[in-house]
Design a protein around this ligand. Structure first.
Ligand code: PAF
Length: 527
């Protein structure tokens, strides 16, 4: 592991993004490293789309984020232990600049960044004025020097993570921010550099902090409101009261207990799908924070976009990687189209199709090898539904209001519990408007025509000229976008992902990153 102290050494080691052959992942810290930091370094080491990154850790106790009277001067600075831990976790370099090196013009004259007020008026921001301005300023300074492809941050400092994600988005910085789940000690206490301030007695006392959060989870479970439950039987106030009571019993001094929406950080009067119950306490001379993520249903992801954008392939792989069930709604419409054709019914005649929807037995399942099987009225049509005949008519069948209503009902029933990723053309707009993540996956007509030609060739079907395929795709887009029932539209809150020039692996990785921006690793582990 390389030790870097000056900006010149750092710039030389990092090189510019254009010069790099592998991505650079960056773990900024204030030192006092612990297992939480090791887990960030280990996550940073994981290959992205087949490329093994280099990992840089920085250690800098940032004076800008400490208010007068806070613990800046006594903040732990165990230089050798930090070096050892970073090396053992697998860092390639450790950057440890002095204050003068990082802020050569002095702190007084420094340009400061101030994240939006609404993100700072809650939780820690309310009690540590100027803290997040200091964090935003130093992290931007470091990002400007390092120019990493990926910034790794712990979910433990959730408000910091939200604020830095917003900063990166608002400033248009070309990097991904990856949050990693909180690592805990064996007694449940979240790893923190400040834990070392605690005496043995205080250490026992603060065990009440994770226990209080667990008590709130218990209260939610008891109210039948957790994961499977519908409605919101437990108010924010009741959850806060459970936590306050447990902390009070342990005689911990409470700074705040708040239930907020995890992304906007707006206070939540009632738990609605996803909530963050966050706490700060003081124990002796030490201030500790912790939180838990509460869900009333498992995560739901909606991926829509035009035909031929490669949705099925990447959604299937993404679902497998995240441990989500894959709901391929396109396959359901295709299966019905196959059935309509088998029954000799005119696919343009909605009234004639309607009786076929009564008692329709349409089943999606995942075979042992991971591939999706589709059965309609007892026929396994998994392969048959990919034929050009079905492709040519599925759009027409899917446009009938009666078809849409019947299959939307079935899909919504499948999605009630969450824990799935649904793919189709109106999933984010019509079927699951409240999905945790909506992605509009698309590619240019030219790119989709090229992919379609390759797919037909690989499956042994005749390949029409590219211009003809382009024409077909463009007119199908037009038909899908202009039909009356469930037209193809991008939901206003969907993330657009244009996949031209991206490998499948990179598209999947991008979906994983987008998912992680919406659903904390703590709430849905794995990647
Ligand atoms: O989380 C921390 O350790 C610090 O706030 C950070 C992000 C390194 C900025 O000083």
């Amino acid at each position: 592991m390389q030790l870097l102290q000056t900006r010149v050494e750092l710039l030389h080691w990092c090189a510019t993004p254009a010069q790099r052959t592998v991505p650079l992942h960056f773990v900024p810290t204030m030192g006092g490293l612990h297992r939480g930091h090791s887990s960030l370094v280990e996550a940073a080491r994981r290959p992205v789309a087949g490329l093994e990154p280099r990992v840089l850790v920085s250690v800098f106790v940032n004076p800008l984020q400490f208010a007068p009277g806070e613990d800046f001067s006594r903040y732990p600075r165990p230089l050798e232990a930090d070096e050892r831990l970073a090396r053992e976790a697998g860092a390639d370099a450790l950057f440890r600049p002095s204050v003068e090196e990082l802020f050569p013009g002095g702190e007084g004259q420094l340009t400061r960044l101030s994240p939006p007020r609404e993100l700072q008026e809650v939780l820690c921001g309310r009690h540590r004025p100027g803290h997040f301005d200091g964090v935003a300023t130093v992290v931007t300074r470091l990002l400007g020097l390092v120019r990493p492809e990926r910034l790794m941050l712990g979910e433990k400092d959730w408000q910091q993570l939200v604020i830095l994600r917003r900063l990166v988005a608002d400033l248009g910085l070309p990097l991904r921010v990856q949050g990693c789940a909180t690592v805990r000690e064996s007694d449940g206490l979240a790893c923190s550099s400040r834990n070392r301030y605690l005496s043995a007695a205080e250490r026992l006392q603060v065990q009440a902090l994770p226990q209080a959060l667990e008590a709130a989870r218990g209260a939610l479970r008891a109210a039948g409101d957790m994961v499977n439950g519908v409605g919101s039987g437990v108010s924010g106030e009741a959850l806060v009261a459970v936590v306050r009571e447990a902390l009070g019993r342990a005689q911990l001094e409470v700074e705040y207990v708040e239930l907020v929406q995890p992304h906007s950080l707006a206070p939540l009067p009632r738990l609605d799908r996803l909530g963050l119950l966050a706490v700060a306490v003081r124990c002796g001379g030490c201030r500790l924070i912790d939180h838990t993520v509460l869900m009333t249903r498992l995560p739901l992801v909606a991926i829509d976009g035009p035909a031929g954008a490669g949705k099925s392939t990447v959604t299937r792989a993404f679902a497998a990687r995240m441990g989500l069930v894959y709901l391929d709604t396109g396959a359901m419409y295709r299966a019905l189209t196959w059935w309509v054709q088998q029954q000799g019914v005119d696919p343009s005649d909605g009234a004639a199709i309607e009786p076929l929807l009564q008692g329709l037995d349409l089943q999606l399942s995942t075979a042992a090898g991971g591939e999706q099987r589709v059965c309609i009225n007892g026929h396994d049509v998994s392969e048959a539904i990919r034929s050009p005949d079905v492709t040519a008519q599925v759009s027409m069948v899917a446009a009938h209001a009666c078809v849409r209503a019947a299959l939307t009902r079935q899909q919504q029933a499948m999605g009630e519990r969450g824990g799935l990723v649904a793919e189709g053309r109106d999933i984010g707009t019509a079927v699951f408007p409240h999905a945790d993540l909506k992605v509009f996956l698309t590619a240019t007509v030219e790119e989709r025509a090229r992919r379609r030609a390759l797919d037909l060739e690989q499956r042994g079907f005749p390949v029409p000229p590219l211009a003809e395929l382009e024409e077909q795709i463009a007119s199908r887009d037009h038909a899908d976008a202009s039909r009356e029932v469930a037209p193809l539209r991008q939901a206003p809150d969907a993330q657009e992902l244009v996949t031209d020039g991206m490998t499948i692996e990179l598209v999947i990785q991008t979906l994983v990153d987008l998912f992680r921006e919406r659903v904390p690793e703590e709430a849905w582990p794995g990647s």
